[in-house]
Write a protein that binds this ligand. Sequence first.
Ligand code: SF4
Length: 363
Amino acid sequence: MATALERATDRVLAGERLDRDDARALWAEADDALLQRLATHARARFHTPDRATYVVMAILNYTNVCVARCDYCAFYKFPGQEGTYVLSFDDLVQRIDAVAAIGGQLIGFNGGFHPDLGVNEYCTLFGRLHEHYGDKLAFYEMTIAEFMFVSKRSHLSYAESAARFKAVGTRWITGGGAEILDDAFRLRHSPGKYKVEDYYAAQRAVLDAGLGSTATMVIGFDESFEERLNHLDRLRTFQDARIAGGGGRLSSLLCWTYKPWNTELGGQEVPIGEYLRHLALCRVYVDNIVNLRTSVLTRNEGALRGLHFGANDFDLPTEDEVTQKAGATISLEFEAVLDAARHIGFEPTQRQPWPVGGDTSPT
Ligand code: SF4
């Protein structure tokens, strides 16, 4: 009789869906070489082997004021604390122009849960930015976590908020702020943020409104393997429902690792080997999200090895205060990063930001 590991291996090679027992067997028993082989096999369903794509992007943090108090966050300041800020439109234009000047194509906005900022304020800001930049740059306007907060603060349903954002030109509200999508985890570390059900309700409304969204995951807090699996399982089920419903779906899954410096939670950063194994698990288990992104922002050139563990795309980041405050280091020596990708056998190609709703863009 086949062992659990043999069964899981056969399923990946046959293109069959894995169950939770398969995932457990792969995580516990497969060596790195096997995981790499299986993830590469699964990657080839969607992407040309030996090719990878990248996008040059910045994450601009328009405010560090936040009332959520997540214990893993080194970025936020509580209202009234020394050192709080809110960037003005002019500040943002200056920052965006600086990113564009070094080749930035995509600007993601990410800020805290500011108690004085609601949907009206953000729509005014984003509307002005769209008027100013037109199609010269792509914008990830906010994360789902911020979207949930501002919708509630403005007493609007998620559908109403999404329609308001769309009307001012917003195209993307991405899946950031997900960390581990498991309610026990959330209760331990960010009880004021949201419940998992709520996260997906918001994401459903965003996609139903015709906006784009993505999936994210962060590992390396104190989460158990079962909590990680709950995240992946729920995500796969959500994407199944999107595909079955024929509407917009999640364009990509981006995983990165928790940076423990200067946080209340503290801890150790997960070793790169564990991150790579996790990427492989994402690729073989979440079989319905085409694009798997590896995080240069948090793992520098080490992240590129993720291309051998199922990832097909990576970021060339220019800045992100949230992760930099917690220990991330950013290099603007883009050619050196690209050379590192070439050195391990991949031809990196700069891509355009993906079209909204599209998840079928093979490299
Ligand atoms: S992770 Fe985001 S929501 Fe949590 S405290 Fe930091 S800024 Fe606020």
